[in-house]
Each structure stands twice: as C-alpha cells, then as structure tokens.
Design a protein around this ligand. Structure first.
Ligand code: TPP
Ligand code: DXP
Ligand code: MG
Length: 593
C-alpha cells in the first residue's frame, strides 16, 4: 500500500499525480475487500464511492469545508483518507471503528445518524450558519445516495436549499441505481433516464432553483474532480449527478443480484461467498415464511416495505403473491399513512420496517393509524439491541412510542411459535392497528408455556410467591434463566411472558399483587417501556407490590455485538439474578419479613 501509507490527512492527496491517484484507488479497494471481508460491513456501497470520495477530498478542504454522508454507511473511504485506515481491523466491533461517521473518531466527521435522508437538512442549516457568521468561503458538501433521495426529508431540504440560494452547498448525488435492490419510484425512473442520456435532468432540478451538473462517471476521477471544481466555484447551490456502481471493482459484489453486497458478513474475499453463517433460523425468516402462508389464507393482506424488501423478509411474499407488496422507497412516514389508505380501502396491510426507523413515522402511526383505528399491522424487525450498527440502529424506543398510541395493540413474541401465533392474532384485529416486534439474529428454540394468565403465558411456575418476572419478547429466555439462577439462591421465581404488552392484560396486574416482588425485563428503553406501564397499572389498581424494571438505559449505546451490549447494560441472566436477589433481600430485610 505504498501510496496509501503516505496518506494521513486529505491534504496529502494534493501532492499526488494521476498515476499515483489511480494506484491509490486500487489500494483502497484492496484494503476494503481485505478488511471488510473479515469484519463484515457495507462493502458494496464503499467500493462504489472510492473515486467520488477521493475527488471530494481533493477539491474541498475538510474539515474547514464540511463533508456529510447521508446514512453514513458509505464513509469507510472517507475514514481511510482521514487517517483511520489502520483501524479497519476493528470495524463495527466493540471499542473499534464505527461503521458510520463518528465525531469522537475525527474532526472530519460531523453527522452520526445512520437514518437516511437527513444530510441535506444538515447541509441547509450549516450553510445558513456559515453565511450568517461571514464564513462564506466554507462549503458544505452532502454526498447523498439515490435511495436516500427517495426520502421525504431530502425534498424538504432541497426546497429550502433552493430558497436560501446558499452559494456554498454542493449536493453530490451518488447514483448507483440502488438502495438494497434497485431504487424504485418516479424519481428513480427520472434518474435512470438521466443516466441514459436524457437531457431533462437540468430542467427538473433547475426549475426547483438548483443548478444541475452531470451526469458524470463517478469512477472517472478526472471527470469527478473537474465537475466538483465547477460546482465549488458556482455562486449557487448545485446538484452534481455522479453515476456509480455499488461494489465497483469487485466482480462478486457487482454481480450480486440481491443487493450488490450492500452489507456483508464474514466472506471469502476470493469468491465473496459467506464464510461464517450466523447459524440457526433468523427471526426474519420465520416471519417471511409465515407471511407466505398468510398471503394464501387471506386475500385482503398486502405488505409494504420502505426499500428493504429482502432485509425485512417480504421477498418470499412478493414472489408468492405478486402485486401485493408495495415498495415505497426510503419513506417510512409515507409507508405508514399509505398503509392506512390501503386499510381504509378494505385491505389489511402489513408494514414491515426496522424498529429504529419507526421513530420517523411516529406521527403517522399516532394520527393516521391509531386515530382512525384502522386495522393494519406494523412488523418491527431489529427491535431492541441490534449491535454492530451502533446508536441510531438499536430498535430501543418502539415500545415506548407505541405505548402512547390510544387503542394500538403491541405483541412481543418470544420464539418462532409465538411469532406465528401473534402475527395471526394481530391480523385478526379489526378495530385498531397492531404491532409485532422482534430482534435481529437467531430465533431461540420454542419455549413452551406451562400455564396461562389471561393472554399471558406462564413459562415457569414457582411454588412460593417470592418473585414474579415478566420476560418481554426476546428477553423471555433470559428471564427463565434468571429464575433458574434465583432458585439456586433459594428464591422462588415465576416467569410470565405477557405476549401482548400493550395493553397489559389486567390478569397480569392481579397476579402481581400476589407476589413479594415483581420484576420486568425488556429489550426496550426503560423510559416508557413495559415496566413503566406496569408500574402505573399496579398503582392505579392499588397494588403496592415492590417493582423493579430492567431495560435499556436512557442513553445512546455504542456499536458492539448484541450480546456484548446486553451484558454491558446488565441485561444478562447472571447480572439480573444478582440484582433481583439483592432487591429481594433488601426488600424483606427492610420489611422485617
Ligand atoms: C430511515 C432509514 N430507512 C432505512 C434505512 C436502511 N438503509 C440503509 S442504507 C439503505 C439504502 C441506501 O441507498 P442509497 O442512499 O442509494 O445509498 P447506497 O447504499 O446506494 O450508497 C437503506 C434503505 C436507513 N438507514 N434509514
Ligand atoms: C445502513 C443501514 O441502515 C442498514 O444497511 C443496516 O446496516 C442494517 O443492517 P442489518 O440489515 O444487517 O441489520
Ligand atoms: Mg444507491
């Protein structure tokens, strides 16, 4: 890596001639394939922006000029050029390099949110700030993917960037024609026409008040630098349309039909084939399989995805039931409210999105779905701690948000059998929206119930009323293990899986009154989670049983493996058993029992 070893800061790029730059691009590609094939990560998106990122850092002066990456999953090259190449071995690992920009890592990084379609809004604000501060020579460069451009916020921002006529905003449209799968929608078709030589591009943007330059080959470094210099020197906001290929330079990625190695696990760099399988069935695959059967059983059921057909497990349903899946692009707000339309039209839509991205559609769930009490079902994958994608990817707020929604009902399955059952139950609700949430990763073996308490399942039944543990969803197995450990300390615990966590069944409240201590364990924020709702319900029912809520603390959690994060926040059975035992002992020492 002769050339790359000489690059510590973007300024070092300025001394390189064309041959050295070409060699550098090749070295960066080799490094990306070598390292990311070992760590896993967004290999395809980053292979696609090697020349584009080189061009941006050659023409603009980071960090004085601010360079923003929308979603941020394509910022590995930026990290390599800003002195972090040597840290790629720890990519996305605990205490290692984040898979997204991180202000703690570098002054060259400024936005860390991995939710798409935000970069242009940051750019609009930054540009206005620099203008008001008299720093008009500072440019704001926003690298935005064609997928991210299908998100509504992008157009809200473009509307304002055009109105502000900020001369220092440069929008670099990284158009590879794909989100995961090919990008969908009218805009995508427009960009496809532009890529094919249609001349309408300029008009579409310029009628909005934005200069348009391109399309240029985003892998031709000379062309990229030339158009970026032109954009830099224009006295108005500019959209630079760069056409790239996701996975460029790595045939295994370029030829991958599914998603061109949008995100890979550990793979054989020589072939691109997965090396280390996660093992076991994923939660997503259980949902995917059940949905195919649902589609056969229920002609009124349709599905909606926000540009993530395969990641959320709707690809099989789409194949089995053509025309009944709607991909709305990266547009979760639209996904929810258009689903309300589908419901008002007599269908039962299943909106499958990652839990963290539901945050974006809070108002739509509240004021469009819940207010109208429309039967529809949100299926929230990646709920709880997701792990290596870091703070903005943990699905740790959905239960808190959904608790606020009058009438909406939420289920949290504990295994494959309850996922299937609770999905069916949700689809049978006709007077309110419903939601199901489950985590990333391998689904555990089915945990049979030994009894029922209203709609809740009793998983282990203690003989003495010492402790009642509510294990919510995927935390049920942890709750069962905690009960086993408590038994070893002479404390008898009964474990309940509430199944439907909103509203909580009154029988659960009544049962809680019969125990000395009640404990809740959930893979959601403690703030507004199931535990806090149970606390309210106990008090409302005049039940004063001591209660302890275990969940995710109210802070952003760095990337690490899911199990590592859960341990770090005390949500493993050993720590839970110790904490419950301490509380139990303290409670009864205090009460003189
Ligand atoms: C609000 C939101 N929804 C969904 C995602 C999941 N996601 C991550 S990257 C991606 C595709 C992005 O496509 P594009 O912007 O074109 O970038 P590319 O990967 O093609 O470089 C999606 C849907 C997200 N990060 N944020
Ligand atoms: C960048 C992004 O939002 C997704 O690609 C994210 O990496 C989700 O990854 P998983 O689908 O592996 O959970
Ligand atoms: Mg794209």
């Amino acid at each position: 890596m002769a050339v790359l070893d000489s690059i510590r800061e973007p300024h070092d790029l300025r001394t390189l001639g064309r041959d050295a730059l070409r060699e550098l691009a090749a070295e960066i590609r080799r490094l990306l394939i070598d390292r990311v094939s070992r760590t896993g990560g967004h290999l395809g998106p980053n292979l696609g922006v090697v020349e584009l990122t080189l061009g941006v850092h050659r023409v603009f002066d980071s960090p004085r000029d601010r360079i923003l990456f929308d979603t941020g999953h394509q910022a590995y090259v930026h990290k390599i050029l800003t002195g972090r190449a040597g840290q790629l071995d720890g990519l996305r690992r605990k205490d290692g390099l984040s898979g997204y920009p991180s202000r703690a890592e570098s002054p060259h990084d400024i936005i860390e949110n991995s939710h798409a379609s935000t970069a242009l809004s940051y750019a609009d604000g930054l540009a206005k700030a620099y203008r008001l501060r008299g720093e008009v020579d500072r440019h704001v460069v926003a690298v935005v993917g064609d997928g991210a451009l299908t998100g509504g916020m992008s157009w809200e921002a473009l509307n304002n960037i055009a109105a502000a006529r900020s001369p220092n905003v440069v929008v670099v449209l990284n158009d590879n024609g794909r989100s995961y799968a090919p990008t969908v929608g009218g805009l995508a078709e427009h960009l496809t026409a532009l890529r094919a030589g249609s001349t309408g591009g300029a008009a579409a943007f310029e009628q909005l008040g934005l200069r348009y330059l391109g399309p240029v080959d985003g892998h031709d470094l000379d062309a990229v630098q030339q158009v970026l210099r032109q954009a830099r020197d224009l006295p108005e906001p500019v959209v630079v349309h760069c056409v790239t290929r996701k996975g460029a330079g790595y045939p295994a990625a370029e030829q991958d039909e599914a998603d061109q190695f949008h995100s890979v696990g550990v793979i054989d760099p020589a072939t691109g084939r997965p090396l280390a399988g996660a093992g076991g069935r994923s939660w997503t695959s259980v949902f995917a399989e059940e949905m195919v059967q649902v589609g056969a059983d229920r002609a009124d059921v349709v599905a909606v995805t926000a540009a993530m057909l395969q990641p959320v497990g709707l690809d099989a349903f789409a194949a089995a039931h053509p025309g009944r899946v709607f991909d709305v692009g990266i547009a979760e707000q639209h996904a929810v409210t258009s689903a309300v339309g589908l419901s008002l039209g007599g269908l039962h839509p299943v909106v499958a999105i990652y839990a963290t991205f539901l945050n974006r559609a809070f108002d739509q769930v509240l004021m469009d779905a819940a207010l109208h009490r429309t039967p529809m079902t949100l299926v929230l994958d990646r709920a709880g701690i997701t792990g290596n994608d870091g703070p903005s990817h943990h699905g740790m707020w959905d239960l808190s948000l959904l608790q606020l929604m009058p009438g909406l009902r939420v289920a949290a399955p504990r295994d494959a059998a309850t996922l299937r059952a609770e999905l069916r139950e949700a689809l049978d609700v006709t007077d309110a929206p419903t939601a199901l949430r489950f985590p990333k990763g391998t689904v555990p073996a089915d945990i049979p119930a030994v009894g029922r308490c209203g709609t809740a399942d009793v998983l282990t039944r203690g003989t003495d009323p010492d402790v009642l543990i509510l294990g919510v969803g995927a935390m049920a197995p942890v709750a069962v293990r905690t009960a086993e450990l408590l038994a070893g300390r002479g404390i008898d615990a009964t474990v309940l899986d509430p199944r439907w966590v909103t509203p909580l069944d009154p029988a659960v409240v009544a049962l809680a009154a019969r125990y000395h201590l009640v404990v809740t364990v959930e893979d959601n924020s403690r703030c507004g989670g199931v535990g806090s709702v149970l606390a309210q319900e106990l008090r409302d029912a005049g039940v004063h049983t001591p209660l302890r809520n275990f969940g995710i603390p109210r802070r952003f959690l760095a990337h690490a493996a899911r199990a590592e994060v859960l341990t770090d926040i005390g949500l493993d059975a050993d720590q839970l058993a110790a904490a419950v035992a301490d509380t139990y002992t303290a409670t009864f020492t205090w009460q003189g029992v």
